[in-house]
Design a protein around this ligand. Structure first.
Ligand SMILES: [Zn+2]
Ligand SMILES: [Zn+2]
Length: 296
């Protein structure tokens, strides 16, 4: 297995919000109003994910698409499910594993919503197979109680070798000021539900609350070591996260940073990068698994 940078792929970058509530459950805007809100602000797609209500495939315009979705929950967890044809049976919710199995069997994908808000630990998440990732940022949870970031959950799981992607979402209900904060940028060949879901499944995306990642690739440093290079919009800090203490933080001095690189070592297990701007915005790359690239 090797690693393909989404920046090396053909296609375009599409911006979207994958966690949205409407009047179909506990949100204040109608589905049409929610779609219009995102479309008017330059987003390319949105997934309406009302609680136990599966949104329908709607055709909006050639330059904007919706992804079918819902938010499911059971004891101690919430789960966003995308790209499914029918709502899973309620009784499956007793265990997240049973729900995820159903979603995946339908050809859909699932990720855990706001684990920090829910009180889930990485140990709760670790046994669940088949999930695509977790929300590393959830806007409404940050707005309401300051528990929107789930970096530690993600890093714990990555260090155990779990291949999980990080999502940033609004989880907007249109009453807490959460709209327009967390989004994903997806690299896909075309703007269709199918192409977007396929790209998400492969990790061909990054999450953000502001900054742009402009390139991510492997380079050979002057000392011959393989390194991960990132190019981003001007940032105050660029931080590489790896297993335990094996990452590195770079901080701007006289001028803001637009690139950084950091070596890959087998004991790191994984490497991911966060680009943090001076206004509190963060962009999160998905992880690279070091053994994939050092062996390749
Ligand atoms: Zn939730
Ligand atoms: Zn929600």
């Amino acid at each position: 297995m090797s690693w393909t940078s989404p920046f090396s792929l053909p296609g375009k970058w599409f911006k979207g919000n994958l966690h949205t509530h409407t009047t179909a459950s506990d949100g204040l805007l109608s589905p049409e109003e929610a779609i219009a809100w995102y479309r008017e602000r330059g987003y390319d797609f949105v997934a309406l994910t009302d609680h136990w209500v599966l949104s329908e495939k709607t055709s909006v315009a050639t330059d904007f698409v919706t992804i079918r979705g819902t938010e499911l929950d059971g004891p101690g967890y919430h789960l966003v499910a995308l790209g499914i044809d029918s709502l899973p049976a309620r009784e499956l919710a007793e265990s997240p594993q049973a729900l995820v199995k159903d979603v995946v069997a339908q050809g859909g994908l699932a990720f855990f919503a706001h684990p920090y808000w829910t009180g889930q630990t990485s140990a709760d998440i670790a046994p669940v197979q088949g999930i695509l990732g977790l929300e590393v940022f959830n806007s409404v949870c940050e707005q309401m109680i300051g528990r929107g970031y789930a970096r530690v959950h993600w890093d714990d799981l990555l260090a155990q070798g779990r291949r999980l992607y990080g999502f940033a979402v609004d989880d907007v209900h249109w009453k807490h000021g959460a709209a327009g904060k967390g989004f994903v940028m997806v690299r896909a060949e075309e703007l269709t539900e199918e192409a977007l879901l396929q790209a998400l499944r492969k990790g061909h995306f990054y999450a953000s609350t502001g900054p742009a990642i402009l390139d991510l690739r492997l380079i050979h440093q002057d000392d011959g070591q393989l390194a991960l290079f990132v190019h981003c919009s001007p940032c105050q800090e660029i931080v590489f996260f790896a297993s335990g203490p094996l990452g590195r933080r770079f901080v701007a001095e006289e001028r803001l940073l637009t690139s950084a690189s950091f070596h890959l070592l087998p004991e790191q297990v994984y490497l991911r990068v966060e680009c943090r701007d001076p206004f509190g915005g963060v962009a999160w790359s998905n992880p690279i698994f070091v053994q994939d690239v050092l062996k390749a």
